[in-house]
Every structure is written in C-alpha cells, then in structure tokens.
Write a protein that binds this ligand. Structure first.
Ligand code: TYD
Length: 204
C-alpha cells in the first residue's frame, strides 16, 4: 500500500498549495474532494455553486459522502493498492468539521457516514494547516467570489476551525497540526519536518 496523506484546514489555510507541493516532492498522486472524478465534478457543482440556493444540510452531507465514496472506490484505493502514494486535499475531516461542527449535524453521524462511504479507508496522516482567522480572511478576500460554503459566515467558520481542533485532539497520532503562517517555503519546510517524524523510514 502507498502512503495516504490528507491535508485539512479552513478556507485560506494554504492547504491546496501545500498538498500540491508535497505531491510533487513525493511523486504522489494529487487528488481532492469534492470533485476529482467525472461524477464528482457534477456533485461539486451542486454542492458549491451559489446558484444551488437552499440545500438541506443532510442532503449536503450525503452529497459530500457520495462524492467521497466514488472518489475512494475509483481513484484513491486503486492507487494505494498499486503502491502509489496519495495526497488528498480534504477528506473525512472536512465533512466532520463543515457538515458536523459547522452546519450542526452530529459529528459522530457524519463520521459514520464517511466510514460507510470509504469502506473505512483512513489516511495514515492528516496535516491540519492552521492560520489565524485574520490571515485566512485576507487570503480569501484576494481569491474572488466566494462559493456556497465560503459564504457561510464568520461564526460558521469559527465552528469549522473548532471542529478541526476537536478531531486533532481526539486522534493526535494521526493528526499533525502545522502552523500555516508565513511564506509557502516556510510552511512547506514545517510540513516536511512533521511528515519526517510521522514516516521515519520513507520508501526509497
Ligand atoms: P474548494 O474550492 O476545494 O476549497 P478549498 O480551497 O477551501 O479546499 O471547496 C471545497 C469546499 O467544500 C470547502 O468550502 C469545504 C467544503 N467541504 C465540505 O463542506 N465538506 C466536505 O466533506 C468537503 C470535502 C469539502
């Protein structure tokens, strides 16, 4: 099995950049949720487009889980089984943080839904990139028109951040909290150091 590393964090945490950089360094498959399959692209459109309008939160959770089920079955698990390392930008932790803590569904129900969706495939490591809310807001403002979830408001995003901290605290062997402050290179060096401790004997 290849190594399976997930990047998590709030909007503007820089995790997509860091996921890409790690995948480059490792020669790993870079993938993301929601939307990295043909079916997923259609689900992503419903999930993130402001044109969707009102979407029941259980329906939102189920569509995220549907995207994940298809993504794991057709992309992630086959790659890992071939021995390929996989770096995924968002995974189960996003659903627990956003649909659970953010939207107010029971985080345990959301986790159980993802366990079903993935047939219990868990990452070896989750890198949680943390940035102070002001930095995230600045980066987000620079990024243009917000999508449905980005537009959900400051309280929502505070609950999401808390949801991540709760998950990291509950599973400290798997979750590595990395300071997302500073330049891309500085953060990448921190990610590397954290992963070197998590994978002391990398494959050659
Ligand atoms: P994306 O454009 O990929 O954003 P980011 O650069 O922030 O990763 O949008 C993904 C959005 O979907 C983001 O707001 C988080 C949200 N999301 C959930 O609410 N639940 C989930 O399970 C996943 C995977 C993402």
């Amino acid at each position: 099995m290849g190594r399976f590393v997930v990047f998590e964090g709030g909007e503007g945490s820089g995790k997509s950049t860091q996921a890409r950089r790690l995948a480059d360094r490792w020669g790993a498959l870079l993938t993301f949720e929601p939307g990295d399959t043909e079916v997923g692209r259609r689900l992503r459109e419903i999930l993130l487009s402001p044109e969707t309008g009102d979407l029941d939160i259980r329906a939102e959770a189920l569509l995220m889980a549907a995207d994940r089920a298809h993504h794991v079955a057709t992309v992630v698990r086959p790659a890992l089984l071939r021995g390929r390392d996989v770096v995924c930008d968002r995974y189960v932790g996003s659903s627990v943080a956003y649909q659970g803590h953010g939207r107010g569904l029971d985080p345990h129900h959301v986790a159980a839904l993802s366990a079903f969706a993935t047939d219990d495939l868990r990452p070896d490591v989750v890198v949680l990139l943390e940035v102070p809310p002001e930095v995230a807001a600045e980066r987000l403002a620079a990024a243009g028109t917000p999508d449905r979830l980005e537009a959900a408001g400051a309280d929502f995003h505070r609950r999401v951040a808390e949801g991540y901290r709760v998950q990291a605290a509950a599973d400290p062997a798997r979750w590595l909290i990395v300071d997302g402050h500073g330049s891309e290179d500085e953060v990448a060096a921190r990610v590397d150091a954290a992963l070197a401790a998590a994978f002391p004997n990398p494959p050659t």
